[in-house]
Design a protein. Structure first.
Length: 358
């Protein structure tokens, strides 16, 4: 059973993990929407779904406890969520609340990825407009809450026709908080090969690159190798499938490629059959820089505190190792070197203050 917001928790450990300063490098804006907000938007704008009550909305956009883990049904939730970006105000509100929720969980540094195509599609908005609305909301939320946020523009593997435009849009806003590109989505059916030229171009323009690879059960370790050697990715999203391939493990270790791992999501997408199979600890012992992230807090019905608890109680990482994983995240931040050093220094100091009662 995975830790959930409303489930019973080992109290003292949970309280300490909750208070701990955190970093989330892998969180999708589109997977972080509050259910109550979705219900209100649906009422106000007559969103085309059968029911507007929170409890009836829940199974459409959230993985339920008794739902069979499956990668495609997990991705299908995003298709429904595309209907809720009904106006500028709705997008401003959604993006602001995503940052507020992260700050409430004591996330101090957040790299929030978003997909302009997802947010523009239902109303035919311009990609540039929805991007500027997200930037505006994030800027305000950073002033209101004690959190630093950077943005990553997501390119869907199944939507290569938009890739060039999205990369140019991200590069043109690199002084407004956009720091990177993310290749995401259906890895089983769409290889990263189509995106090589665009990703290399963006990197030359100063963008960092992260790539969802080796995320699902039927995905291959070779897709991780391709992301590293061909796309020249700076980080890998998930990378679970590396566990079956000694050469890819060696590549990750030698090149020190950080993995953005998301334990709860990895269970819900059926990447692994249970937490006992989760490779994060084995990867850590091999010297691969692993980090813990939420992926989609609303779809998974979790916070980052929950995923930290899963890593300690469900996977068996010690709290000393957990702190190392948080520092790994600081070292892997998509920031200029001087700012990254400041972040590492802040977390090194801040984490020393926390003693755990396990
Ligand atoms: Zn993801």
């Amino acid at each position: 059973m995975l830790a959930k917001n409303n489930s019973s928790k080992p109290h003292s450990l949970y309280a300490t993990l909750s208070a701990l300063p955190k970093i989330d490098l892998h969180r999708h804006l589109e997977g972080s929407l509050r259910l109550a907000t979705l219900a209100e938007i649906a009422h106000q704008h007559g969103v085309d779904i059968e029911t507007y009550s929170i409890e009836n909305l829940r199974p459409l956009v959230q993985v339920l406890d008794d739902e069979a883990p499956n990668f495609q049904t997990f991705l299908a939730k995003f298709t429904i969520l595309r209907k809720f970006y009904t106006s500028r105000e709705a997008i401003l509100r959604i993006a602001y609340e995503v940052v507020a929720d992260a700050a409430h969980d004591n996330v101090k540094y957040l790299e929030l990825r978003f997909n302009p195509v997802a947010q523009a599609s239902s109303q035919g908005f311009e990609f540039d407009d929805v991007t500027d609305w997200v930037i505006e909301a994030i800027r305000k939320a950073q002033k209101d809450f004690n959190i630093q946020v950077r943005l990553i523009v997501q390119i869907g593997r199944h939507e290569p026709q938009f890739a060039r435009q999205l990369a140019e849009l991200a590069v043109s806003r690199r002084h407004k908080g956009i720091v990177g590109l993310d290749l995401a989505g259906d890895e089983e059916h769409y290889s990263a090969g189509k995106f090589i030229d665009i990703m290399r171009w963006a990197k030359k323009q100063g963008m960092y690159i992260t790539t969802h690879a080796g995320e699902c059960k039927n995905c291959s370790a070779d897709s991780i190798r391709e992301a590293i050697e061909v796309i020249e990715t700076d980080r890998i999203g998930h990378g679970v499938r590396a566990m079956g391939d000694i050469h890819v493990l060696d590549l990750l270790r030698k090149k020190k490629i950080p993995l953005e791992m998301c334990p709860t999501s990895n269970i819900q997408t059926a990447a692994i059959d249970g937490l006992f199979q989760h490779p994060i600890l084995a990867f850590h012992r091999l010297g691969i820089p692993v980090t813990i992230n939420t992926d989609d807090p609303s779809i998974s019905n979790i916070t980052l505190t929950d995923d930290y608890l899963v890593t300690v109680r469900g996977i068996g990482a010690s709290t000393t190792v957990l702190k190392k994983m948080i520092l790994n995240a600081a070292k892997a931040a998509f920031l200029p070197p001087a700012e990254r050093q400041k972040l590492v220094a802040y977390f090194t100091r801040a984490l020393k203050k926390y003693n755990f009662k396990e």
